[in-house]
Design a protein around this ligand. Structure first.
Ligand SMILES: [Zn+2]
Ligand SMILES: [Zn+2]
Ligand SMILES: [Zn+2]
Ligand SMILES: [Zn+2]
Length: 361
């Protein structure tokens, strides 16, 4: 990630919807692809504060009304310069991908939804950065991407109320739809789950990076590159998923998994190995992007793959020690062995070939 500048010169961050220097509203301008200060330009209209851009903008409905977004939409202007009226409920490109939002009448759910959208924006930013294709409902993408943010439901019926019976929502991916159980947006609950499952990290963006890995397996590997993928991650056709999951939860990972897998969970099935490695690839992309934008050097996200891995290993070492010096868990818990680097390399090549397909986002 990079940081941005307001009209007043103050620094703006990716999540900002207001400049703390001058009080101007701020948001994402699709015209110059940056977080910018916004100048009022009429009822519900704003002009991008970047002098070289000046695009006429409207706030996403989820920004203007719901306060969970900070993106704007480009307003179409006629030949005389007047803005064409826009529907007041128009959603930005990212918010349009969320199909189901939490029940906002319940206390705490607005805050959870906000956190989920923040993580989702970071996810989609990285994907736009590397140019990997995806498309929303109604797009030309063969596998439209969408999100459901759901919560466990206590089962009730009209005649009696069953006590404590809960219909669980499973975080997962199914045919382009990513479902996140919104309890993951509760810090206490998520940390408890992290400890229970002995995970190094458990974050909202981590969940999204894992699930989008399953999405890209279906979009780019299934029926396209399954043989090559099987040579890298093991043959997914040879291992029944249900049996593999049962075996994993009974026996756990093999003792020496760290040499070839980014996490214990990745050992369960080739599909999970792919998704966990995909998430690690997006971690690396995000860290390298931030490093190159914040003066920590490196090849950025478009450099030679070997240089990218080398710099990520180096940054991991440095940042882990930084975190340890502050009593925090390691930033990069995986040791990127050569075997793991080969898996990440496959993802890198796949994403690049997917980016070449283009035209679907
Ligand atoms: Zn400002
Ligand atoms: Zn702009
Ligand atoms: Zn939005
Ligand atoms: Zn998975």
């Amino acid at each position: 990630m990079k940081t941005f500048n307001c009209i007043c010169g103050n620094r703006l961050y990716f999540e900002n919807s207001q400049c703390l220097g001058c009080g101007r509203h701020s948001g994402w301008c699709p015209g110059c692809r940056a977080i910018v200060g916004l100048e009022p330009a009429g009822p519900d209209l704003w002009r991008c504060g970047n002098a070289r851009c000046g695009t006429m903008l409207a706030k996403c409905h989820n920004y203007a009304v719901r306060n969970v977004c900070n993106r704007c939409l480009v307003v179409v202007t006629g030949p005389d310069g007047t803005a064409a009226p826009m529907a007041g409920d128009a959603l930005c490109d990212y918010c349009a991908l969320t199909v189901t939002i939490p029940d906002l009448s319940k206390p705490g759910n607005h805050e959870k939804w906000y956190r989920l959208e923040v993580a989702k924006r970071r996810l989609l930013y990285s994907m736009d950065l590397i140019g990997v294709p995806y498309g929303g409902p109604g797009s030309a993408c063969p596998l439209p991407l969408s999100f459901d943010f759901l919560e466990d439901e206590v089962v009730t019926d009209r005649t009696w109320q069953s006590m404590g019976e809960v219909e669980r929502v499973f975080t997962g991916h199914d045919n382009g739809r990513i479902t996140i159980n919104i309890r993951e947006a509760d810090d206490v609950e998520r940390e408890r789950l992290r400890v229970d499952f002995q995970e190094a990290h458990r974050t909202l963006i981590g969940h999204l990076r894992h699930e989008i890995g399953h999405y890209f397996w279906q979009l780019l590997v299934y029926n396209h590159d399954e043989d090559r993928c099987a040579r890298v991650f093991g043959d997914h056709r040879a291992v029944d998923y249900g049996q593999a999951m049962q075996w994993y939860y009974q026996n756990g990972p093999m003792a020496d998994w760290r040499g070839a897998y980014v996490s214990a969970y990745a050992t369960m099935h080739p599909w999970e190995d792919f998704a966990e490695t995909f998430a690690t690839y997006l971690d690396m992309i995000s860290v390298l992007d931030t490093a190159s934008n914040m003066g920590l050097g490196g090849p950025g996200v478009a450099g030679d793959f070997d240089l990218m891995i080398e710099h990520y290993r180096h940054l991991g070492l440095v940042m882990n020690e930084m975190n340890r010096s502050m009593g925090l868990t390691d930033l990069v818990p995986e040791v990127i062995t050569d075997a793991i680097a080969r898996k990440i390399h496959y993802i890198h090549e796949l994403v690049r070939s997917g980016a070449c397909v283009g035209g679907v986002s």
